[in-house]
Design a protein. Structure first.
Lengths: 268, 253, 273
């Protein structure tokens, strides 16, 4: 059904209005700005207690302080490196295991119960065991990040390999492809969507792992810093690393989505 | 038959793991206070249950969960529907909500504890916030993507706005809503345990933290299994609720 | 006064990006008598579906008016029921509940609804599938559910938008025969859209031939073949005359809508003699 001056009284609510991308982005930014504005306004007027709930202006001041002292950058560095290393490790191991399970039914059946258990258990509960084994510090954060991230990557890679349409494999064979060709030209590209979905989910989980590890078993990084400020009831300061995590989360998710769409322009 | 081969290989694998674990732990090939072993874990489970320690803490955690999760479903679905149907709301709030959705919710725990205290109330809030975003966003997506033929059919028979929502939009977006609830469930459990571990007076998470500092692996493993079972039971309940609501596949029409 | 009057109806869509207006329908004048079976044929994109949507009031015309029993149609309602090419059944409802949909929306009480729905489910020959779900049915069966659903609200006019378009060729022919049997019972006014010239002639009292976009009525052809019409009618010499007549009107329209660009070195496509 088309849109036009002739449109009958549809609940105009349900119809998606055609907006340009720029308009949508602008409106979104407006929403965030409104939110911040309302928050600040409420704090200024006294509707909310700025000492307890804080306000954008106080957070900005706190950020300036943390930046100047170098604290923020140092913490950011630690967190980002944990994220990067943990994720990279999980990616390598996860894809490898996923492919192994995908190519060999026996491997899949043998590993499946453990993968399933780790997939459905809130892994945050396993974290204390890791502390018992590895103590406090970088290694523990890395370990929990790895543990949280590797599972979705394994699951999605396996699903990806299994999802390859047999007729694709047949097509490559029919046109004279070898086993190597089959893997490179059919299996890998065809399993990519699900693998990339696993990457996206894994990135989100990795960030959670970093936050978790730093909050509970570290003495460096943004997560740790947050708990310190919270213990001293410095609410404005708490928001700075918190906002950093939110922004990192948004950026990594958008990057992952961008990657997914770039590598899959052949999908409708 | 593939099914029984899967079952056989899987069971053998798990049994082999348990036997190996028992062997390694009991013989102290690796220190048993680090990894424990199956029979010790089971004995510890019995002990914790008989003293009532497990039961009373589990009750606290369960209560926090229900008090946070149930309202999050109601509020999440309602807000999701509103977001989908009221265009200005959606366009303004979507980026903000998506940002919070993609953020690690556990990062909010310290500030929530500052605001809501160290007791059960802050945990209820954590559960609520962890669950509501996936529910809200999945509901919104589900509603916006309700297939056009269904809307067209209902409209062609003269449905008014309310009827369009109740007879086409809500049933049509049910799969997405259930998916959102499932996601919310996972996040809620993670948030809840992490919150209790961070600081609390009672609860499974608190137990984990206590035994963690005492390096009591057996107890920790018992608690991990308890949490895993809880998660599994919740998912099973959700699945049966979904089935009772009628199985249909949206890609077939 | 005709049962259904379409009076100088035009439909234009503004094209926001190109700042122009796309004219879908250009001054359609059509009167449909009570109990008449009218089919509309034309090339793709000629606006036939839009015309049906206008009669159903799911779209509003930019010019002219649509009147039922003399009164303008303003909103969708049970007096003009639609049958869709993609069936548009609600997948979470059983056959019975799907057929009851129109009655439900009119707040007809449950027992009465079920009785009416069952009557029409029996009429389309699906009595034993009352409790099945759409995904368990074949395409032809789903469309029968769609027809039952439309009939159960007791419409004055049945609007059918290429209802057999998604079905295979053999089933289409049988469905056409069955549709006529159902129609013979109470002779509703039907407006039926199709691509298939044979189907149009087979079903209709009158065939409306439309041009390519912007859609206009090229000609109206009265089909004087006797009823009831058997499947074999399609080979009858009189039938062939109608088919040729309509095809000769449409061929040019169809070719122009194809946008077939001639390769440089080939002669222009030969015309059908």
């Amino acid at each position: 059904m088309a849109v036009g001056s002739g449109i009958a009284p549809l609940p105009a609510l349900v119809l998606p209005k055609v907006r340009s991308k720029n308009e949508a982005v602008a409106l979104g930014i407006l929403g965030i700005v409104l939110f911040l504005g309302l928050w600040e306004g409420a704090a200024q007027i006294g509707w909310i207690n700025p000492v307890v709930l804080s306000s954008p202006s106080r957070i900005a001041v706190a950020f300036a302080g943390q930046w100047e002292s170098g604290q923020f950058l140092a913490d950011l560095g630690v967190s980002l490196s944990e994220l990067a290393i943990g994720f990279a490790l999980s990616l390598a191991v996860g894809v490898a295991i996923g492919i192994a399970m995908g190519l060999s039914r026996t491997t899949e059946y043998a590993l499946d119960p453990f993968v399933w258990f780790l997939y459905s258990t809130p892994l945050v509960a396993l974290y204390p065991l890791i502390v018992v084994w590895l103590g406090f510090g970088f290694a523990t954060v890395l370990a929990i990040t790895f543990m949280l991230t590797v599972i979705p990557i394994v699951v999605n890679t396996l699903a990806g390999v299994r999802s390859v349409d047999p007729s694709l494999v047949r097509a490559v064979r029919v046109f004279g492809g070898s086993g190597y060709d089959v893997v490179m030209k059919a299996v890998l590209p065809a399993s990519l969507p699900l693998v990339l979905a696993g990457v996206r989910i894994g990135l989100g989980r990795a960030l959670i792992g970093v936050v978790l590890g730093e909050m509970f078993s570290s003495n460096a990084g943004l997560g740790f810093r947050m708990t310190v400020y919270a213990a001293h009831l410095k609410t404005a300061d708490v928001f700075v690393p918190l906002a950093a995590f939110v922004i990192i989360g948004v950026i990594t998710t958008q990057l992952a989505i961008l990657l997914e769409s770039r590598l899959q322009s052949w999908r409708t | 038959m593939t099914l029984s081969r899967r079952l056989v290989v899987g069971t053998v694998s798990v049994l082999a793991f348990l036997v190996l674990w028992q062997f390694v732990g009991q013989r102290e090939i690796v220190r048993s206070d680090l990894i424990s072993y199956p029979t010790e874990v089971f004995a510890t489970f019995v002990h914790l249950t008989s003293t009532g320690e497990l039961g009373s803490n589990a009750a606290v955690t369960l209560q926090e969960f229900i008090e946070g999760f149930v309202p999050s479903i109601v509020v999440g679905v309602v807000c999701g529907v509103l977001l989908a149907l009221v265009r200005p709301l959606r366009e303004l709030l979507d980026p903000l909500l998506t940002a919070i959705y993609t953020a690690p919710v556990i990062a909010f725990i310290p500030i929530l504890v500052v605001w809501f205290g160290v007791g059960t109330y802050s945990k209820v809030v954590i559960v609520f916030i962890s669950a509501i975003f996936p529910i809200m966003i999945n509901t919104r997506v589900g509603v916006s993507e309700v297939a056009e033929p269904w809307l067209r059919a209902v409209r062609s028979f003269g449905a008014d706005q309310l009827q369009i929502v109740t007879k086409a939009i809500l049933p049509g977006s049910m799969p997405a809503i259930m998916a959102g609830i499932r996601l919310g469930l996972g996040r809620a459990i993670v948030g809840l345990i992490a919150g209790e571990m961070y600081v609390s007076i009672a609860g499974i998470g608190r137990m984990i933290q206590t035994y963690s500092s005492a390096a009591r692996s057996a107890e920790i493993i018992v608690l991990v299994v308890v949490i895993a079972v809880f998660g599994y039971v919740c998912v099973a309940l959700l699945r049966s609720a979904e089935n009772r609501m009628g199985t249909w596949r949206s890609d077939l029409e | 006064m005709a049962h259904l009057e379409i009076d100088g109806v035009s439909l234009a869509y503004p094209n926001v990006r190109e700042r122009s207006t796309f004219l879908a329908l250009d001054g359609i004048d059509l009167g449909v008598e009570r109990g008449e079976f009218v089919t509309i044929v034309g090339p793709s994109g000629c606006g036939k579906s839009s015309l049906l949507m206008l009669i159903a009031a799911l779209l509003h015309p930019t010019g002219g008016s649509v009147r039922l029993n003399g009164k303008p149609v303003t909103a969708p309602g049970p007096d003009r029921a639609l049958v869709f090419q993609d069936f548009a059944l609600l997948p979470w409802r059983t056959v019975l509940k799907n057929v009851e949909l129109g009655l439900e929306l009119r707040h007809v009480p449950a027992a009465e609804r079920a009785a009416i729905a069952r009557k029409y489910i029996a009429m389309v020959g699906l009595r034993e599938f009352e409790r099945s779900f759409p995904h368990q049915l074949s395409g032809g069966m789903r469309q029968r559910v769609g027809i039952a659903r439309a009939l159960s609200v007791g419409p004055e006019v049945l609007l059918m938008d290429e209802p057999f378009g998604a079905l295979d060729a053999q089933i289409r022919q049988v469905m056409a025969v069955e549709l006529l049997k159902i129609w013979e019972r109470d002779r509703k006014t039907i407006v039926f859209i199709t691509h298939d010239i044979d189907e149009a002639v087979f079903l209709a009292d009158r065939v409306i031939v439309m041009s390519a976009s912007p859609g206009r009525i090229i000609e109206t052809i009265r089909v004087e073949l006797p009823r009831p019409r058997p499947l074999t009618l399609r080979s009858h010499p009189d039938f062939v005359v109608y088919r040729e007549r309509i095809w000769s009107l449409l061929e040019e329209q169809v070719r122009s809508s194809l946008h077939w660009q001639a390769a440089d070195d080939t002669p222009p496509l030969a015309q059908v003699p």
